[in-house]
Ligand binder design. Structure first.
Ligand code: SAM
Length: 327
């Protein structure tokens, strides 16, 4: 039983930490083509500061951590942070969300440091299209990274696909076939309208449509995964090892089961990805805050979690790009 719960009685046991706002890709739905102005290094939390916050959060009942970004693997020494977090009493699950371009280089070290599992964002199985979505030619590196991650025992490797009409929706069945033929775990995510003119609304496809198209391959059976604490609903085709997950941030919010807090790369605790409210931890930490005071601020952030987001009603947070908050 977690020691933290919010004002709507949701247990909060999961901390997503954005370790950097920088990214080596420029995905069309995530970043404007001109990129975003990077934060200076002194504005970003040090690994020691992240560790101090995670330690306090664990003492309050946080047991699961996910590292994200920006692209977490562009920050040097990430395995060192994983190792520091893995030694915190009460943290029993450390996962990573990555674009996979640097996984081939770091998967072994990450596994040895205590990383358990990894989600890789990959929106297409076609190298040319990969380049037009991400504005970089690194498709082969991602595929290699996925293979290396599996081979070193990061389990499960889940593939996150943001589905966009007219861009990659023609590959829904190709990804689904990967779950049948190669045991992939694929999660289809609805496009959130976060970047503005780069992702016009007509590109949005609801999960209900994706599902109908996938069912041309066979019946999708509900599936309950043994690990994971996220918002996806899982299914699989009969007698297959792989799974298909659906994430519906737009068509059907899953806020009623939200169990998370987010720590931005510059040290703000954000009660909700899609609301602009934040509580600063960095300056208090640098001013020498006590552990008790730090815990009080964490509890304050938990108490300020809103009941739900209002993306479907057009309320889109404008304060920061996704890369700073950590998707
Ligand atoms: N760089 C890492 C990666 O690519 O996984 C971590 C950061 S990225 C912001 C985290 C996740 O957010 C990715 O799976 C990405 O596809 C998703 N994401 C970013 N912008 C999105 C949007 N507008 N709609 C839906 N998902 C989005």
């Amino acid at each position: 039983m977690t020691g933290l719960s919010d004002s709507f009685q949701r247990p909060i046991n999961y901390l997503r930490i954005s370790v950097t706002d920088r990214c080596n890709l420029r995905c069309i739905y995530c970043m404007p083509s001109c990129g975003v102005y990077p934060m200076s290094h002194r504005d970003i939390l040090t690994y020691e500061e992240i560790h101090t916050i995670a330690q306090a959060a664990a003492e309050l009942g946080i047991s699961k951590i996910r590292l994200t970004g920006g692209e977490p693997l562009v920050r040097s020494g990430l395995p060192n942070l994983v190792q520091m977090l893995a030694h915190i009493d009460g943290i029993d699950d450390i996962a990573l969300t990555t674009n996979g371009t640097l996984l081939n280089r770091y998967a072994t070290e990450l596994k040895e440091a205590g990383l358990q599992r990894v989600n890789v964002s990959l929106d297409t199985l076609k190298p040319d299209k990969f380049e037009s979505i991400t504005r970089h030619n690194l498709f082969r590196d991602v595929i290699e990274g996925i293979e290396v991650a599996k081979s070193v025992g990061l389990k499960p490797v889940k593939i996150n696909v943001v589905v966009m009409a007219g861009i990659n929706d023609d590959e829904l069945l190709d990804f689904a076939n990967k779950t049948i033929d190669e045991g992939w775990h694929v999660r289809f995510i609805e496009l959130m309208p976060l970047v503005g003119e780069d992702t016009p609304a007509p590109q949005f496809i609801p999960v209900s449509d994706m599902r109908k198209r996938l069912e041309s391959l066979g019946e999708l059976e509900p599936y309950l995964p043994s690990v994971g604490n996220g918002p996806a609903m899982y299914f699989r085709f009969p007698h297959t090892k792989g799974t298909i997950g659906f994430i519906t941030p737009v068509s059907e919010h899953f806020c009623f089961q939200c169990n998370r807090l987010r720590l931005t790369s510059d040290g703000k605790l954000r009660p909700c990805l899609l609301a602009e409210d934040e509580i600063d931890l960095k300056q208090p930490l640098r001013n020498g805050i006590s552990s008790a005071e730090l815990k009080r601020l964490i509890k304050k952030a938990v108490a300020r979690k809103p009941l739900r987001h209002h993306l479907a009603e057009g309320c889109i947070p404008k304060d920061r790009p996704m890369t700073q908050v950590g998707g």
